[in-house]
Write a protein that binds this ligand. Structure first.
Ligand code: ADP
Length: 469
């Protein structure tokens, strides 16, 4: 968990640092750009205005230039704004300059002169003039196509530099501070979130097969972790149920096998102890045989279910005429039904074709019909129907028997479940028949349903996917 926390925090820190650095750099660059362009605009405007004033004056007093009388343009109060102006001719002679430039005139570059003669404005930065770099705008004084003079306006970049420096400092202090705050916040939040996962792990580790009743019982919000906790609880509940089933199943299986085994032992002990007539021995051995047969029936059913559970029970796939197969089964069971005093009738035999293993489908029909006979009192009736129904081939077995109580209905397909244990055992039932029937039905892609009213009878309906004949 520590690993994940560090990993997440590291990723977050990396992304955060990158974002903050980009943001700080962008802010600084943007501010620099805005301040410089505003300074440039003001400087160019000053130089432009002065150049225009000089041009107008030169038109009206042509001699002013030769007499070098320009101070009128320079005595403007704009000078007080920290901007300086000087006039240069195309040969780079400085003709006039503001008072502040007495000892240090603005530098005149060849490029600015050349561009000035072409009528273009030039903006340059000169670093080495004073404490701060100086920005100079050189603007031509246009007299028609002639450029007799150029106006240079200069200003120190002190203000811009100072503003940028201040912003730089703020960013340098603020960025790591925000970074640290975000880092600590993230560390705490990630820690809390992972703490909930840790709790899950802890509980998972504590759960053994002996305490499968334990649950996380998450009370927090139903977010991703909440849902994980619920899914975990549901999984444990399913596991718990399976374990209970397995336990119950083992107990039931042992119990079922114990009964005939005890009977065999008792018969054997009796035979060894007492001197019995040959007839007595024959009877004793017959009863041993019956018990052994019952045991092998149970063991075979168990083996079959075990193979089915493991998915190892192979099924043939061939087209089966459900009506024909059911009729054969009904005929086969007529003798047994007569012994029980129950009438079995095939009352409907529609055309219902399905695909599957005829042995197993016959077994399903046989289980349902023999159950109906077993659980129907004398003089009762069992009706068997086969018909096509909405893409299904349907087999319905209705009896007028004892019925099944609503409480028992959901369990009758469970292994070894019998509504009335004594009675079922007496009828030779193992309690596995319906489990096997349900498995075989589902293995054929079908479904099984039951409806029952105690004292009136039950209806078992099995449906298989139908296929064209
Ligand atoms: P068994 O071998 O005991 O018949 P099954 O798995 O076939 O086991 O059936 C489970 C239980 O369901 C039976 O013990 C019986 O109580 C009940 N049952 C099954 N079929 C019927 C039916 N047609 N009428 C009433 N009860 C039935």
């Amino acid at each position: 968990m520590k690993g994940l926390r560090a990993h997440l925090c590291l990723w977050h820190a990396g992304l955060m640092a990158l974002t903050l650095l980009l943001l700080a750099g962008f802010t600084y660059a943007l501010l620099g750009g805005v301040l410089h362009s505003r300074a440039d605009a003001a400087l160019t405007e000053l130089a432009d205005t002065t150049a225009r004033q000089i041009a107008i004056a030169l038109y009206s007093q042509p001699r002013a230039a030769s007499e070098r009388r320009y101070p009128a343009f320079l005595s403007d109060d704009l000078r007080n704004w920290g901007r300086y102006i000087q006039l240069v001719d195309p040969q780079s002679h400085i003709l006039e300059k503001s008072d502040g430039l007495d000892t240090h005139p603005l530098p005149v570059s060849a490029r600015a002169l050349r561009r000035g003669l072409e009528g273009r404005t030039t903006l340059e930065t000169f670093p080495g003039l004073g404490e701060h770099p100086v920005r100079v705008a050189t603007v031509p004084v246009q007299m028609g196509s002639r450029v007799p003079l150029m106006v240079q306006a200069g200003t120190s970049l002190e203000g811009v530099e100072a503003a940028l420096q201040r912003t730089g400092w703020i960013l340098v202090v603020l960025t790591p501070l925000v970074f640290l705050l975000a880092l600590v916040g993230n560390y705490i939040v990630v820690g809390r979130t992972l703490g909930r996962v840790d709790l899950l792990t802890q509980t998972a580790l504590e759960i053994q097969h002996s305490n499968l009743q334990r649950r996380i019982r998450h009370t927090g919000p139903q977010d991703e972790i909440g849902r994980l906790a619920s899914a975990f609880d549901e999984m444990i509940a399913r596991l718990d149920q399976s374990f209970q089933q397995v336990r119950r199943f083992s107990a039931d299986a042992s119990h079922e096998l114990k009964t005939p085994l005890t009977a065999i032992r008792a018969e054997a002990e009796l035979g060894l102890m007492a001197d019995m007539s040959p007839e007595g021995y024959r009877q004793s051995l017959t009863s041993v045989l019956e018990s052994a047969e019952r045991m092998s029936e149970i063991v075979e059913s168990l083996l079959l279910l075990a193979r089915a559970d493991a998915g190892q029970q192979l099924l043939r796939r061939e087209t089966v005429d459900l009506a024909e197969l059911t009729l054969e089964t009904v005929d086969r069971l007529t003798g047994m039904a007569e012994r029980h005093g129950v009438r079995v009738e095939m009352v409907e035999s529609g055309e219902a074709m399905t695909e599957g293993d005829p042995l197993w489908i016959g077994q399903i029909a046989s289980n349902l019909i023999s159950n109906a006979v077993k659980y129907t009192p004398r003089e009762g009736r069992v009706e068997v129907r086969v018909r096509p129904s909405d893409g299904w081939a349907e087999l319905m077995v209705r009896d007028t028997g004892i019925g099944i109580a609503a409480d028992d209905l959901p369990h009758i397909f469970d292994r070894f479940y019998r509504v009335d244990k004594g009675r079922a055992r007496a009828t030779g039932g193992t309690g596995l028949g319906l489990s096997i029937t349900r498995w075989a039905t589902e293995a054929h892609g079908g479904e099984i349903a039951v409806q029952s009213t105690p004292g009136e009878g039950s209806v078992f309906t099995v449906r298989f996917p139908s296929v064209g004949s």
